[in-house]
Design a binder for this molecule. Sequence first.
Ligand code: F6R
Length: 362
Amino acid sequence: DKGGHKHFMAKEIAEQPSVLANSLGYYIKDGQVELPDGGIDFASIDRLTMVACGTAFYACLTAKYWFEQIARMPVEIDVASEFRYREPPISKGTAALFVSQSGETADTLAALRYCEGKADKILSVVNVPESSIARESDLALPILAGAEIGVASTKAFTCQLTVLAILAVKAAQDRGHMDAAQAAEALEKIKSVPALMNQALSLGERTNDVSKLLAEARDILFLGRGPMYALAHEGALKLKEISYIHAEAYASGELKHGPIALVDKHVPVIVMAPRDALFDKTISNMQEVMARGGKVLLITDKQGAKEAGDGVWETILMPEVDPFVAPILYAIPAQLIAYHTAVAKGTDVDQPRNLAKSVTVE
Ligand code: F6R
């Protein structure tokens, strides 16, 4: 049942504020993090290894910034298909965390099995609680997104981010980098996301207009810094999956080390720039793109657009948001752009070519 939407993907994008509220209610009680099944004490853990595939991997990439910044925890991340064959040494004191919507992805499951008996604790963040990955972990954390039908993952991604952000707050508190009041304040920021998402979802029409222009492009670049670099990857993946337009993500600061050679007037460059600590640096990279004739689509808030100045091709104005939770909110325009561009191109949005919802073979 598409609930009145044209595609499951549209329905699942629209559902995000309400499913996110489910995760928040499940994990946050009286301003404190509460994990099921005895949880985990991050004070006894020295490092975290996170492994996943595709969109779930980009959730790990985002979370790496959170765990490092607020919990001062060393984090290693890898895609499961590489991790499992690298035979990485797992030192004592390591927690291994696997993120998977389906809980059945073959490479992720194999990576989990590799860590059995080596890691101190095996955690998973899953949407399907009875899945293999959930069953084989010491602690399975459900994201409570509900069934996701569209092949392109949307609500599972933002729920994964939400659970990982909550977990990072717990780690910060366990490791003495936040007191109870600071943790409660960080959790309040996460709790503010569903309402902001509702505002961001009302940008549907605006992203639809922009997407009609993007649909003409052969290549599109996504740029971001910090956690927005992870979001740039997710935006590029979503776009290529369902619109079949070639899209790549780069860390803004890496641009001048090669990829800027790709920029000309035919290549739209999507810059994801909430007003965070790195905003000015991202904007200066954006100006380098514009100086070379690149067409910039800037996603930022009102003040950000003002500070960015003239010459931007198109702008999408987001609600103001605390930088900590900006990655969760900025997933919305990334998803809407992919969706509307695919619709403009007339592709099979829910069943894109060559892709399966659950990849149970390696
Ligand atoms: C992208 C997408 C895939 C999955 C990946 C992992 O939209 O859906 O990249 O994220 O195949 O799947 P799970 O999360 O089920 O392990």
